[in-house]
Design a protein around this ligand. Structure first.
Ligand code: ADP
Ligand code: MG
Length: 341
């Protein structure tokens, strides 16, 4: 059963200019997922995620959380459901006039928790995010990464089962981003929180997500497991996002020399999961068949603990021998595609 189900969501903002922010979006998010939603600015990501906690109401379509359709809930039921959903933001949205303690305490106070229990819970939360010693500080006295940790503590206050992260690391430097992403992963694993991560950076997706949806102009144009989308992007925009991280084109300076070759050749992009085969594969191809291989480019990336290798290899030889190489690559369980210069 999916924890969150979005069915044919459409959102039209009917202001001065009519904007179709979402156009027939359907998605299913399973319990335990860290689900990434990636797209350029204006793609509709924030609008989409805000529908999951009913900050935004769809023009048409339905949002289900734990099989309950949000549109069918009474105000009281909706408040109960919302408590299960925490949210963090790019700009942290902390109250600067309140201490860290008081910022984290807000949702607890709203929930009618007593003073002693609030004290205990805030301590617990600040310890979990590594800020126990800063509870009397004010947001302005903290770094960006620390502010986001406070945002996370506040979002977790009522023990949500879902955490929505809207560009939560976009204002942070790469190292701080990594530490926040590691914390989100810990929240997912230790506290069993299903997480939805909105971002425009593929690196964020690669670091923590198991699934990803690519959005463009209000539509989900591609979605699936992160490994599939990384190794086999189907749309131009997904290829762009992946390409920012995994370069897999023939390096430009090599192109003139290759074009000037007089020998018969073919360039293959060989995609491998796990790299144990890398060296033997090339060696085997060289020794078994009458080809000369030339490694033009190689890149290795670790996604969900799996090593993904992409090699661009030029095969010089007869068409027949090159075809045998192609068959051998498939026989080894790897994939390839021909690269046209
Ligand atoms: N409250 C609003 N009123 C009018 N237009 C909006 C509103 N919120 C978002 N939009 C528009 O909807 C589109 C999608 O916005 P948004 O969901 O914020 O995209 P993203 O988060 O991917 O950058 C944009 O064109 C944006 O200007
Ligand atoms: Mg946004």
């Amino acid at each position: 059963m999916s924890l969150i189900r979005l069915e044919h969501l459409t959102k039209i903002f009917d202001g001065k200019n009519k904007v179709e922010a979402l156009n027939d979006v359907s998605l299913e998010i399973e319990e335990g997922d860290i689900y990434g939603i990636i797209g350029y600015s204006g793609a509709g990501k924030s609008t989409l995620v805000r529908m999951i906690n009913a900050l935004e109401v769809p023009t048409s379509g339905k949002v289900f959380v734990e099989d309950q359709c949000l549109g069918d809930l009474s105000d009281k039921e909706l408040r109960t459901t919302r408590k299960k959903i925490g949210m963090i933001f790019q700009q942290f949205n902390l109250l600067n006039s309140k201490t860290i303690y008081n910022n984290v305490a807000i949702p607890l106070k709203l929930n009618g928790v007593g003073k002693a229990d609030i004290d205990k819970r805030v301590d617990e939360l600040l310890t979990f995010v590594g800020l126990a010693d800063r509870k009397n500080a004010y947001p302005d006295q903290l770094s960006g990464g620390q502010k986001q940790r406070v945002g996370i503590a506040r979002a977790l206050a009522n023990n949500p089962s879902i955490l929505l992260c809207d560009e939560a690391t976009s204002a942070l430097d790469p190292k701080t981003t990594e530490s926040i992403l590691d914390l989100l992963k810990e929240i997912n694993e230790k506290l069993n929180v299903t997480i939805i991560v909105i971002t425009h950076e593929m690196n964020v997706i690669r670091h923590i997500c198991n699934k990803v949806a690519v959005m463009d102009y209000g539509k989900v144009v591609e979605n699936g497991s992160v490994i599939d989308v990384f190794t086999n992007p189907q749309t131009k925009i997904a290829r762009e996002f992946v390409g920012n991280l995994i370069h897999d084109e023939v390096p430009a300076p090599l192109v003139p020399g290759i074009r000037a070759m007089t020998e018969n050749y073919k360039i293959l992009r060989i995609k491998m999961k796990n790299t144990e085969h890398t060296e033997p594969l090339l060696w085997e191809l060289n020794t078994k068949f009458e080809v000369k291989t030339n490694l033009l480019y190689c890149t290795i990336s670790i996604i969900e603990g799996i090593v993904i290798g992409i090699m661009l290899v030029l095969f010089a030889g007869t068409d027949d021998e090159i075809r045998k190489c192609e068959e051998y690559i498939l026989k080894c369980g790897e994939q390839y595609e021909e690269v046209e210069l």
